[in-house]
Ligand binder design. Structure first.
Ligand code: PGA
Length: 245
C-alpha cells in the first residue's frame, strides 16, 4: 500500500517541524510506503528531518528538461540529487491552472524516469464528463496521451476533479470500475500491471470504505494530510488493513 501526502501550497517551516515531531513518534509499517510531497522550497528541509526514517519525500511537479534556461522550473535530476524518490505529474491543478497538457505530462514522466524518479501520473474526469457518462472515454484518452509507453515503473493516481477538496467521493463501485479500466488500458500499452492510487477527499471518515475496494493500491491525500491527527488516523486505518489482508 502506498500513502502519498500532497501538501500542495501549504505548510510553512514551523508547521512542518511540528508535523514531523508528532509523525516521528509513530510506528511505521514496512508494508506501507509513505511519501510526503511538500512545496519544493522545503524539500531539503523535510528530507533532513526525516533522516533515518522510512518516510520518503517527493516533488509536486517537475519539468521535462534536465537543465537549461527554464526560469522557475524544477529539474527532475535535481529532485533526485537532493534525495527525492517520487514526483507527482499532471495533477488536475497543474492541468487546469497552468495549462499542462497530457503531452507535456508524458514528456515530464519520460525525463523523470531517466533520472530514476518514480512518477505518479494523475488522471481524472470532470463532473460534467461523469454526468454525460463520458468518464471512461475521457480517462482512456488522458492515459493514452499522459503515460510513457516505455515499460518503466510508475503509478497512476485516479483523482476525479469533482472530488478534489469537495468532500464528495465516488461510490466504491465507481472506484472499482475506474481502477479496473485504468489497469486494463495501462496493460494494453505496457504489457505489465500498474498500481493505481485513489485520490479526492480521502479522510479518516471514508478511508475504511475506500480500502474495501480490492483494486485500490494506495491513496493520494490532499487536505487531510495537512493535519497530523487526520493523517495519523488515515495511516492507522491503512496499517490495520494491510495487517488483516
Ligand atoms: P484532497 O486533494 O484530498 O484535498 O481532495 C487530493 C489531491 O488533490 O491530491
Amino acid at each position: 500500500m502506498f500513502i502519498a501526502a500532497n501538501w500542495k501550497m501549504n505548510l510553512k517551516k514551523s508547521d512542518i517541524k511540528d508535523f514531523l515531531y508528532f509523525l516521528k513518534k509513530n510506528d511505521f509499517s514496512n508494508k506501507i510506503k509513505l511519501c510526503i510531497f511538500p512545496q519544493s522550497i522545503y524539500l531539503s528541509y523535510l528530507i533532513d528531518l526525516l533522516e533515518n526514517t522510512s518516510v520518503l519525500v517527493g516533488g509536486q511537479n517537475c519539468y521535462y528538461e534536465l537543465s537549461g534556461p527554464f526560469t522557475g522550473e524544477i529539474s527532475p535530476e535535481c529532485l533526485k540529487d537532493i534525495g527525492c524518490n517520487y514526483v507527482i505529474l499532471g495533477h488536475s491543478e497543474r492541468r487546469t491552472h497552468f495549462k499542462e497538457s497530457s503531452t507535456h505530462v508524458k514528456m515530464c514522466a519520460e525525463t523523470a524516469l531517466k533520472t530514476s524518479l518514480t512518477p505518479i501520473i494523475c488522471v481524472g474526469e470532470s463532473y460534467e464528463d461523469r454526468m454525460n457518462n463520458e468518464e471512461l472515454n475521457f480517462i482512456e484518452n488522458q492515459i493514452y496521451h499522459s503515460i510513457p509507453n516505455i515499460e518503466e515503473n510508475f503509478y497512476i493516481a485516479y483523482e476525479p476533479i469533482w472530488s478534489i477538496g469537495t468532500g464528495s467521493i465516488p461510490t466504491n463501485n465507481q472506484i472499482f470500475k475506474m481502477h479496473d479500466h485504468i489497469k486494463k488500458i495501462a496493460f494494453s500499452i505496457l504489457k505489465k500491471d500498474i498500481k493505481v492510487l485513489y485520490g479526492g477527499s480521502v479522510s479518516p471518515n471514508n478511508i475504511d470504505e475506500i480500502l474495501k475496494v480490492s483494486n485500490v493500491d494506495g491513496v493520494l491525500i490532499g487536505g487531510a494530510s495537512l493535519k497530523i491527527k487526520d493523517f495519523l488516523a488515515i495511516y492507522g486505518s491503512v496499517a490495520k488493513h494491510v495487517n488483516n489482508n
